[in-house]
Design a protein around this ligand. Sequence first.
Ligand code: TNX
Length: 534
Amino acid sequence: MFRSISPVLLCGVAAVAQAQVPLPASVQAGSGKFVLKADDAIQTNSPVAAKEAEKFAAGLRTSTGLPLTVGTAQARIRIGIDESVRAAAGDEGYRLNVTPEQIQLTAATAEGLYHGIQTLRQLLPPAAFSTQKVGGIEWSMGSVKIDDRPRFGWRGFMLDESRHFFGMDYVKHLLDAMAARKMNVFHWHLSDDDGWRIEIKSWPKLTEVGAWRGTECALPNTREGETHKRYGGFYTQEQIKEIVAYAAERHIDIMPELDMPGHCLAVVTAYPETLPGTADDSVSVQGVKSNVISPAREENYKMVDDIIREVATLFPFQFIHVGGDEVNHNAWSKDPRIKELMERENLKNLSAVQNYFTRRLEGIISKHQRRMVGWNEILGGGNLRPDTTVMAWTGTGPGFEAAKKGHPVIMAPGPYCYFDMGYGGPDEPKTHWWAGNVETSKTYSFDPTAGGNLTPDQQALIQGAHSALWTEFVTDGEAADYRIFPRLNALAEVAWTPQEKRNWDDFTKRFGNDLERLHYQGIAFRVPPPTALW
Ligand code: TNX
């Protein structure tokens, strides 16, 4: 069921040759085409341009078998930094001119060139994405002038590696697929009830104990029907560095998430003393008991401080996500130390206790020169630091509310952006349902600023569009690919393309080529049913 389609079949699907996803801001087709020749080389004007050009050449050498050397000698393909492009293209945009005689790509920054290179790759036949040499193809692209820049600076995707663990190769494969579609933030959900996935040297049991579940482990099997003796895994700090570098080469930032104070069963299994002193039998919305750490235990802040310090040395990105979602406040209701805290700090209820915890986290994160991101539940209390960023997941409403309070906002509403929801087809594997079906067309229809009734200043606080795959029901990479693709292709266009240029019918005409690229990238995407059924 998860098998991707063969290229032969796809020829029927792909009606328009070399169509772009996401659609650039401005495309003017010319006449004639540029055909790659065996002696073509790439001319660059600076070390920065040469570095990006080399990435382009390396991919094409594999699929075309052509030598494509990169240097400063005059050549028909020119890739260069040009400060004058910045006025029109900003930091991430580029200008591209393809004629039968030459290709000229310019941008003010390395990112801009990188995005332009993705466009160039997409202008070639989809087999340019092949990881093996493909013979019998004319490597050409139609003449075209493109001026491009993204609608949003934040174009994100989250992978939950706690519920199930996928590993390095899978993450790299995702980063490749994101980069080809100009996405730039990978949000790594590295902790939850079902496993802690990042080595923290000052608290070793987080992974020694918290990364493994099953009948032979302290952390029990957490998913319905699981019979593992031992299941799990984690990333060493060396592996994290390798992934961060791999992403950086693709101009993708990685935002780690350590979810707290709820969703902490793995943490409290490793360090039971982090729990409230008096247990309570209540459960979280997901039915998990005793998975909330205590905000009244001072030593917990020391632990969080140690974790954030280590995390900040591994991830250069300015944002760290600390969760804050679905906290079962009742878990705190019987603990005398919580009652003392409430009296001391004049906290009126248990929501105010979460707010107290969130504000302590803000302090810790800013001490380590990072900015905090949290799920929209952190908004309760209304007294957060203005630069704390809210990720809206239950809908766009809490995002608009946050923008009205002056917070930066990332929009990831479940009904459009949660790829763990079903596609709604008859062949749907078991999955989440709480946000309804999320057909690819539903994702495509998302406009992050629509309906907010925001002033221009508030609108400017909406940083972009973000998507997520939660993996309670997703056990391996192939199943994850099926859930993510092609919805991610649609989300990439939501986040990049100017709203007035977006049109579902037009997207469906360009879509076949992009599925073909997915195929060559080795992605087991879901084959969409005929258009009438989307
Ligand atoms: C809600 S989204 C959660 C996750 C679940 C997801 C399933 C969010 C912040 N919390 O823990 O995996 O729903 O769709």
